[in-house]
Design a protein around this ligand. Sequence first.
Ligand code: NAD
Length: 248
Amino acid sequence: MKILKGKTALVTGATRGIGKAIAMKFAEAGANVAFTYRQKNGAAEELEATITAMGVNCKGYAADAADYAATEAVVKQIIADFGRIDILVNNAGITKDGLLMRMSEEQWDAVITTNLKSAFNFTRIIVPIMAKQRGGSIINMSSVVGVSGNAGQCNYSASKAGLIGFSKSVAKEMGPRGIRVNCIAPGFIQTDMTSALPEEMREAWAKSIPLRRGGTPEDVANVALFLASDLSSYITGQVINCCGGMNC
Ligand code: NAD
């Protein structure tokens, strides 16, 4: 079902994991896809080729999502290349875990800047474009730990909770202009990010999940597809948990 045909999506941090699954899912649904990545390592070119072969336009752009000036430059280039942006997915994110008592200022700043300020950067710059187009869908990648907190992740949880407050506020400001803003709060999703966690922690998490498995990037991409498309046309300012029941 080509429910995104004619739309252009921008996904940040999309060369692997959840971002990549979303970029592929949107392309399958007929969207043209622009995506960003931080470091050049061949993965961007590979994704461009895979998505272009699906019959839509696709281009990757190297840009640090945490850098406002770089974001302005990249959005300008995307508009020059694609002409419009209908869907924005603020997906880029990092972890630098540690207990508060041992957390450095650098760990705090890096996570808040990459996970939260990046969403401000892209949203601030793209909202006027969407307003001129009279609509758009913005999806911010939060986390269940932004809803419930998590020992050892105060920086990450704060950044993800911040995204929820940010999304709800922008949803209220921009609703009258037809721009919807929602969050996805994934639980334990099997990606490079979670494979870095200790084995015991991953096992404990999987056991505590009612659906008895970690999620896949595609599980999250399916929610993103719903929020990006007109199937969710009356949904804004919401957080959708995608967590196998972990947070129910
Ligand atoms: P991942 O580490 O596999 O992918 C993150 C991507 O973001 C990478 O491609 C990375 O290069 C990119 N990125 C990081 N910093 C960037 C920057 N400054 N500029 C541009 N790109 C940057 O992680 P993932 O598991 O696919 O996570 C994707 C998103 O989902 C993140 O925001 C993460 O916090 C969130 N999330 C993941 C899980 C999980 O269990 N995996 C759970 C909840 C939320």
